[in-house]
Design a protein. Structure first.
Length: 159
């Protein structure tokens, strides 16, 4: 039996932490392990690929992704892989039946009944993949360059 000594000085059997049904302490331990694993990956990348990489700057970077489609969902996964912990999605579309095969954060169940908003679901999916990420979604239309901004109600009245 392996024993852990807590900061308070009490001794706890490691197996008792890992085999119990989910409790706050057990879940916290799992989250801490996931956090350490992500940090270890980044430290290995720094050691092998880019010694000058500032991991704290990356960890504290906040990213705003305009669009939670194919590009936005893949970029968000890559950002998480590089250690970015704060990601915000802005999108006004809902998940359609053609999306799950191309966009890795969505499933078939997300399309049912008209689809869930992409921004909300993408944010939830990131948190399911790695609970240590702080992700949010906002449903909002963002005008595209070169496209006219029209008031649909006024256009209907003119016709």
């Amino acid at each position: 039996m392996r024993l852990l000594k807590s900061q308070a000085g009490s001794v706890i059997a490691l197996e008792s932490l890992l085999l119990k049904s989910p409790t706050w302490l057990n879940i916290w331990t799992r989250l801490k392990l996931a956090d350490q694993a992500v940090d270890l990956n980044l430290k290995l990348m720094k050691w092998r690929i880019a010694p000058d990489l500032n991991l704290d700057a990356i960890k504290n970077t906040k990213c705003l992704l305009l669009g939670a489609g194919t590009l936005g969902t893949y970029v968000s996964r890559l950002l998480m892989g590089w250690g970015v912990r704060k990601i915000t999605f802005v999108d006004n579309a809902s998940v359609s039946f053609s999306n799950p095969v191309r966009q890795p954060l969505f499933d078939f169940k997300d399309c049912i009944d008209g689809g869930v908003p992409k921004a909300y679901r993408a944010s939830e999916a990131l948190q399911e993949i790695y609970p240590g990420v702080d992700s949010t979604g906002h449903v909002m239309a963002v005008p595209m360059l070169g496209h006219p901004i029209t008031d649909e109600a006024a256009t209907q009245d003119e016709l």
